[in-house]
Design a protein around this ligand. Sequence first.
Ligand SMILES: NC(=O)c1ccc[n+]([C@@H]2O[C@H](COP(=O)([O-])OP(=O)(O)OC[C@H]3O[C@@H](n4cnc5c(N)ncnc54)[C@H](OP(=O)(O)O)[C@@H]3O)[C@@H](O)[C@H]2O)c1
Length: 232
Amino acid sequence: MKNQKTALVTGANKGIGFEVVRQLARQSFRVFLGARNAKAGREAAEKLKSEGDVVFLEIDVSSEKSIRAAAEEFARQSERLDVLVNNAGILLDEDKSALTITPEIFETTLRTNTLGPSLVAQAFAPLLKKSNAPKIVNVSSSGGQLEDGADGWAPGYCVSKTALNGVTVQLAAALPKCAVNSVCPGWVRTAMGGENATRSVGEGAATIVWLATDAPQDLTGKFVKDRKVIPW
Ligand SMILES: NC(=O)c1ccc[n+]([C@@H]2O[C@H](COP(=O)([O-])OP(=O)(O)OC[C@H]3O[C@@H](n4cnc5c(N)ncnc54)[C@H](OP(=O)(O)O)[C@@H]3O)[C@@H](O)[C@H]2O)c1
């Protein structure tokens, strides 16, 4: 289908990303389910087959080589990208403070959560530019908000999301035709959020999917939670 909209969701073999793929597939998108682990990615895409058009795409957002290969593979299968959801993320330092986080954990976290989305946007920008109303949704966290300071939890993760919000405003400036926003999904019951989290994956995915579909195209360069702009 030539006019079918396309989306790429990174880190989508489980959790919030998997649910975003499901919801976009239900809305008739052709969705590329991005995963770094090919087996997990293929199995996840298979599970969503009955929901619509879901295609597995191997992409490790911490590797430039993998990102480049994914963009090339994508371009073989689709002439344009309408929606990029930078969802892949890691949380490695819940038990650390700003004084005890190791350089290795800090660097790995920034590479995946901050540099990754930036490099994925660079690699897919030529395909996004072919869309009439391109959108990038960066899945951030209120942990990265600076407004009320920090409470000391997961310093590397929180800094990576603060910096991701910086990436969002820079991409919004660099891609004026594209709606580029950060979103906080809330505290969601996933491997990362844990079983005590207050939101289901459906609730966590809702505003991401809204930004990817129905949100006004002139809403850009913002931080959004529950469909409302929140402070950085
Ligand atoms: N859950 C929450 O309460 C919450 C709150 C605020 C923000 N968020 C954000 O929401 C996003 C999704 O989180 P989640 O709760 O769904 O976590 P999750 O269940 O742990 O899923 C994270 C996903 O990211 C993937 N991933 C990690 N590193 C990757 C890499 N280098 N390349 C590609 N994929 C990679 C994981 O793949 P593997 O399976 O291979 O590890 C997994 O598919 C994250 O950006 C997170 O920071 C979550």
